[in-house]
Design a protein around this ligand. Structure first.
Ligand code: NAD
Length: 475
């Protein structure tokens, strides 16, 4: 199979190709066109030419096409989830039930936002009326990581296109396959050629020319903090939103609903193979319940199934690549050297022969972690939780905030006052109280500190995908 670029509605080759690999088996799934400056230039040019026509369409017409695309995604959930699971190792239970259906929701949601987009008006005492026009920005670069690629690509494409912009989408080189189908379905839904272009390739060869291109007006980037920093330094004056890494605290006070907190603490690090930006990877537990919580946590974690991501009963699949597996294993070794107590993990699960070429790591639990250890400070991005004891509210807050990151956070307590105080003071873009990460597409999604800048979702997506123009009339 061959995955090509989508430029101006046409499938386009490159002289060079790379392979995308099934992380569960090591088999090659497809050859992928390896783009560079020339392909980026062609895609940006196509997007630039398509912009006036698309931006000039009535919002209701763009919304109709977005809804159609959402319907087509829904009709293809089984196919798309199988492709996504093969390409990423994210388990089929998640891709089929949550991640791909959510992609369809993204288009329906932003179709409504665009159709009902409203400006503001201010009448002043000086005899002036000001009103705001929300206008599209132009050509946008949309850059996605590998961990939940289809959902992320659509989370960007839907507001970008619905608000009248045109796009050049660059997927991660590790997971390009479902975006290829997105491009085809978009054309089928009636998205005109050139409005959504997709260029495949590596970060420095394809991503960098794209973000630096002078005709690109806005960048919506999701990926690592290191890459985000590099893009901000190189891209020049553009609008951008940066959705970056995390090391989110999951804080359990001794008055919490114990069973629900335990369930959620397992879910928030072991779902999506732990390859999740909002993972509750630092589990802070109050001393009074710490020993019991650690024992119950490990007992439950030991029952989690690791194996074939195509099996609906599997909870944890493989890591995305051999390099990422090595990174996670490096942190498992480091945690032991740093003196954390490793309560499970280390040895690989027994796997059937067809999975032996995959990038497997054993889910690993560290307890008695000191927050200053690197396993507590660095984003491991795998199924490796750190359990950290704390004494009281002030101690929990101190530990939670002693991190360069600030993406999500989780607070478990039955004490309302404490919940409100923690929610106010924890340094994070999102706080979930007595809940795992449950997304409402109207909420602002994004982080603070090294987890990024800008928010996406609802009208917050206007920050990157729309310009507010003020019109002032004297009367
Ligand atoms: P990455 O930064 O290595 O790559 C992300 C994307 O950027 C890829 O498409 C890559 O090809 C491209 N890229 C790399 N160098 C580039 C450059 N110089 N210019 C332009 N593009 C470039 O990240 P990754 O390993 O693919 O993804 C994992 C990271 O993403 C984790 O840190 C995770 O926390 C983060 N993430 C964040 C969110 C969020 O919403 N905050 C969501 C998912 C993942």
């Amino acid at each position: 199979m061959m995955i090509k670029h989508l430029i101006d509605g046409k499938s386009v080759d490159s002289k060079q190709v790379f392979e995308t690999i099934n992380p569960a088996t090591g088999e090659t799934l497809a050859e992928v066109a390896r783009g560079g400056q020339a392909e980026v230039d062609a895609a940006v040019q196509a997007a630039k030419q398509a912009f006036p026509g698309w931006a000039g369409k009535p919002a209701a017409e763009r919304a109709r096409i977005m809804r159609k695309l959402g319907e087509l995604i829904t009709a293809h959930v089984p196919e798309l989830s199988e492709i996504e699971t093969r390409d990423t190792g994210q388990v089929i239970g998640q891709t089929k039930k949550a991640l791909i259906p959510r992609a369809a929701d993204n288009f329906h949601f932003f179709a409504e936002i665009a159709a009902h987009m409203d400006g503001e008006s201010y009448q002043s005492d000086t005899g002036h009326l000001n009103y705001t026009l929300w206008q599209p920005v132009g050509v946008c670069a949309l850059i996605s990581p590998w961990n939940v690629p289809f959902m992320t690509a659509t989370w960007k494409t839907a507001p970008c296109l619905a608000l009248g912009n045109t796009a050049v989408l660059k997927m991660s080189e590790l997971s390009p396959m479902t975006a290829d189908r997105l491009g085809q379905l978009a054309l089928e839904a009636g998205v005109p050629p050139g409005v959504l272009n997709i260029v495949h390739g590596y970060g420095t060869e394809t991503g960098e020319p794209l973000v630096c291109h002078p005709d690109v007006r806005a960048i919506s980037f999701t990926g690592s903090t290191a890459t985000g920093n590099r893009i901000v330094q190189q891209a020049g004056l553009k609008k951008f939103s940066m959705e970056l890494g995390g090391k989110s605290p999951f804080i359990v006070f001794d008055d919490a609903d114990y069973d629900r907190a335990l369930d959620a603490a397992l879910f928030m690090i072991f779902s999506n193979n732990g390859e999740r930006c909002t993972a509750g990877s630092r589990i802070l537990v109050q001393r009074g319940i710490y020993d019991r919580f650690v024992a119950d946590y490990v007992a439950r974690a030991q029952r989690i199934t690791v194996g074939d991501p195509m099996d609906p009963n599997t909870i944890i699949g493989p890591m995305i690549s051999p390099q990422h597996k090595q990174k996670v294993e490096h942190y498992i070794a480091l945690g032991q050297q740093e003196g954390a107590r490793m309560l499970m993990g280390g040895s690989l699960p027994e796997l059937p022969s067809h999975l032996r070429g995959g990038n497997w790591v054993a889910p690993t639990v560290f307890a008695d972690v000191d927050n200053r250890m690197r396993i507590a400070q660095d984003e491991i991005f795998g199924p490796v939780p750190c359990l950290i004891p704390f004494t009281d509210e002030a101690d929990a807050l101190r530990i939670a905030n002693e991190s360069v990151y600030g993406l999500s956070s989780y607070v478990w307590t039955e004490n309302t006052g404490r919940a409100l105080r923690m929610a106010k003071s924890v340094e994070a873009g999102m706080v979930f109280v007595n809940s795992q990460n449950v997304r409402d597409l109207r909420q602002p999604f994004g982080g603070v500190k090294a987890s990024g800048t800008g928010r996406e979702g609802n009208h917050y997506s206007f920050e990157v995908f729309a310009e507010a123009k003020n019109v002032c009339l004297s009367y």
